[in-house]
Design a protein around this ligand. Structure first.
Ligand code: ADP
Ligand code: MG
Ligand code: MG
Length: 474
């Protein structure tokens, strides 16, 4: 267990003193969320949950994560353009998983009609944990890549200042000065701005497609306000608004409330509960339009767990990124074991293995947002039930990544202050823009560190498990 802050962590009096100071710093810096009770009002807000102290991250692993991000951007972009690959990879999944099937139906429909969107904007976040057997060196292992609504780039841009202040108050001035600056919201906004510019209509707006329940609005405002700074107008609309008021004009230009929309930035639409019949129609309308969708439907599909699993199969990366052996090697180095549960011998073997040793694996459905994966006893139970049914192909199986825990305090409104054994997950934001065949931008745009108590198998800040953190790089 890393002992960097041990003198502080075990000093109860000091913790009692510094925790409220940390909370005030978070409020001052704007590390904010709306409340559960009043998720659509900003007149009562609270701080977003965060760690009292920054967590130790090895500099070589952070560098490795940054250095593979442009490769992942390229890979996602390639997958999104490879219809044959998406068709074959998702063929079994869409027979049994209604949500992925619906997305796929829209994908096919848009392809059939002809894609009118000429500019592509990708904003993703590749997430990792540090896999470590006791006494060995940790390894960077990818948990997943999020190609839609990758969030917390805004709030994390403000979290560093909070931890810097906390360390200063604790007399750790040198340590405080070493915290890396980090501003994903700026990089994300730069990508959106570039796509908006390439769309080529000065008067057109950027539309944030947002949820009915908007607790995480401040995270989104960080990106939005960066756009306003560049004199780009932003509107916020829900699927419901699109269904009621949006239309396609000349050349399938997207209009709503008298505005032409250049870019649709989805912060919604990645879970089944976002959709009713009308919202599916709204999604289809957006996808048919000329507006730059971030992501387009193909790129959303490229982010499914099934695609992630297929990418780990021998030879797949080489086919998708021919003549890029170095990129392939960098990407592959971050993969842990991923297994298909197709209705074949290999699938049978893996099902049996997982039932025999459920603690070794994570069972993942095609879902996002945290809280959907199955572990341990539950994994075993579900697999025993569906082992002979094609339903099993709606899941993939993954080796469990095992990071070494470290102690920290997780600060969460209305929760008692208590020390926890924690593990962290590092995300790197990637941004790319393509016009036709030309890649105009391909960048990493900063990081997000999220930390959770070890008793939670699953993660997610929005899911109420993980909290915002800052890497302390050594
Ligand atoms: P989602 O799209 O719902 O965020 P993830 O693949 O990120 O799905 O899984 C959710 C959480 O489950 C992660 O944040 C992580 O805490 C945990 N998790 C996922 N995969 C693994 C794994 N292979 N090993 C250990 N923990 C995992
Ligand atoms: Mg995800
Ligand atoms: Mg995740």
């Amino acid at each position: 267990m890393t002992a960097l802050w041990d003198d502080i962590l075990h000093n109860d009096q000091l913790i009692q003193y510094v925790a409220p100071i940390a909370v005030d710093a978070a409020l001052l810096e704007g590390v904010l969320m709306r409340t559960k009770d009043d998720p659509n009002a900003s007149d009562v807000v609270n701080y977003a949950p965060f760690t009292l102290l920054p967590s130790v991250v090895s500099s070589s692993l952070l560098e490795q994560a940054y250095s593979v991000q442009q490769d992942f951007n390229l890979l996602v972009d390639e997958v999104s353009q490879n219809t044959a690959f998406l068709e074959s990879t998702l063929a079994s999944t869409i027979k049994v998983d209604d949500f992925t099937a619906q997305l796929f139906k829209i994908y096919r429909q848009v392809l059939k009609e002809g894609v009118t969107q000429t500019v592509v904007l990708g904003i993703n976040r590749s997430d990792y944990m540090f896999d470590q057997e006791t006494n060995s060196t940790p390894a960077l292992k990818q948990v997943e890549i999020n190609t839609i609504a990758a969030s917390f780039g805004g709030l994390t841009s403000r979290t560093t200042a909070v931890h810097r202040h906390v360390l200063n108050v604790l007399g750790k001035f040198t340590e405080a000065s070493k915290l890396l600056t980090n501003n994903p919201s700026k990089g994300i906004a730069m990508g959106i701005a570039k796509a908006w510019e390439l769309y080529g209509s000065d008067r057109a707006v950027v539309m944030f497609l947002v949820e009915e329940t908007q607790r995480n609005i401040f995270d989104q405002r960080c990106v939005e306000n960066e756009l306003w700074k560049r004199n780009i107008r932003v509107i916020r609309r829900r699927f419901k608004d699109v269904f009621e008021k949006a239309s396609l004009g000349n050349d399938k230009r997207l209009h709503i409330d008298g505005e032409e929309v250049a870019v649709v930035y989805y912060r919604e639409g990645y879970v089944p509960k976002s959709y009713n019949k009308q919202n599916w129609e709204a999604r289809l309308l957006l996808e048919r339009s000329r507006a730059v969708k971030c992501p387009d439907i193909a790129t959303q599909l490229a982010g499914t767990k099934k695609v992630q699993q297929e990418l780990s199969q021998p030879g797949t990366l080489e086919k998708l990124l021919p003549n890029k052996p170095e990129a392939v090697a960098r990407i592959r180095a971050t993969f842990t074991g991923l297994y298909s549960l197709e209705m074949d011998e290999e699938g049978d073997k893996m099902v049996a293995m997982a039932i025999a040793d459920p603690e070794r694996f994570v069972l993942k459905p095609q879902r996002e947002g945290g809280g959907n994966n199955l572990y341990g006893g539950e994994l075993k139970q579900v697999l025993e039930k569906i082992k002979d049914s094609p339903e099993r192909t709606s899941y993939i199986l993954m080796d469990k990544i095992r990071p070494l825990p470290a102690l920290n305090y997780l600060l969460r409104a209305h929760s008692p202050l208590k020390i926890s054994e924690c593990v962290s997950e590092l995300g790197i934001f990637g941004v790319y823009v393509r016009q036709g065949k030309d890649l105009i931008m391909n960048k990493h745009a900063g990081h997000l560190l999220r930390t959770k108590a070890v008793e939670h198998a699953d993660g997610g800040v929005a899911a109420g498990v993980a909290v915002l953190d800052t890497p302390y790089v050594i």
